[in-house]
Design a protein. Structure first.
Length: 235
């Protein structure tokens, strides 16, 4: 996780830490904006998130000795939770020497979560998965530009699952199929609205790496995120 500090002007001055969460050897990862203790209005926070244009920006404020309040914004909307932005925020606090190795609580719109700091490691406890409606493959395949058999051959079903955010989880048969998706963002938005979901989390359990369980892609155009690099809550 490598934060850097920048200044942003969106009708106001703002210090933003830009962090890559879920890096491998300091490369890749998912960018998040982190804003600490600056007392902005909801409208100002949304303007900052839109200007940054990352999948999520988190606004974190301390409300107790080991308790923090977090608000999460995509470029277009306030959302209930974001895993990678939460980890990013505590990575910033850890690296600027505000936090010790112990357990902290995060008050998010979705509820209370725990963060454990242990030397260079950050562990996030999320709500347990809630399994919802199964979605017909015939509704999913056309919006991803694949065939029904690409889903059905996995012997799993597309289904809504939430660990804080409702996503439609879509199994596909191979890693090559996952890489070759042709998502129709307009149709994904309509499908997400129909089922009141953030978007589609598409995954394959076929892996070319022994240390990897699944490969995933995440699409949430309903909330201004055409495709996200990595997602803590969905994974």
């Amino acid at each position: 996780m490598s934060p850097r500090q920048t200044e942003l002007r969106a009708d106001m001055e703002c210090v933003v830490y830009i962090v890559r969460a879920f890096c491998r050897d300091h490369l890749g990862g998912n960018l998040a904006g982190v804003v600490l203790e600056q007392g902005f209005t909801t409208e100002q926070m949304q303007a900052i998130a839109k200007k940054l244009d990352f999948s999520e920006t988190v606004f974190l404020s301390k409300i107790g000795p080991t308790v923090y309040k977090a608000l999460y914004f995509t470029p277009s909307s306030l959302i209930d939770f974001c895993g990678h932005a939460t980890i990013a925020a505590f990575g910033v606090l850890q690296q600027i020497n505000h936090l010790k190795n112990e357990i902290y609580q995060v008050e998010a719109p979705v509820g209370l979560c725990e963060i454990t700091l242990s030397d260079s490691m950050i562990f996030l406890s999320q709500p347990l998965p809630v399994f919802g409606q199964v979605i017909p493959e015939e509704e999913i395949a056309p919006v991803l530009g694949i065939s029904v058999s690409d889903i059905r051959s996995t012997h799993l079903k597309p289904q809504i699952v939430s660990t804080g955010l409702r996503d439609i989880f879509v199994p596909v048969v191979t890693q090559d199929c996952l890489s070759a998706l042709h998502p129709n963002h307009e149709q994904i938005t309509k499908l997400s609205e129909k089922y009141d979901a953030i978007g589609l989390h598409v995954f394959s359990l076929e892996s070319s790496e022994k240390t990897t369980t699944a490969f995933c892609r995440n699409f949430a155009p309903r909330y201004g995120i055409p495709e996200e690099s990595a997602t803590g809550s969905s994974n």
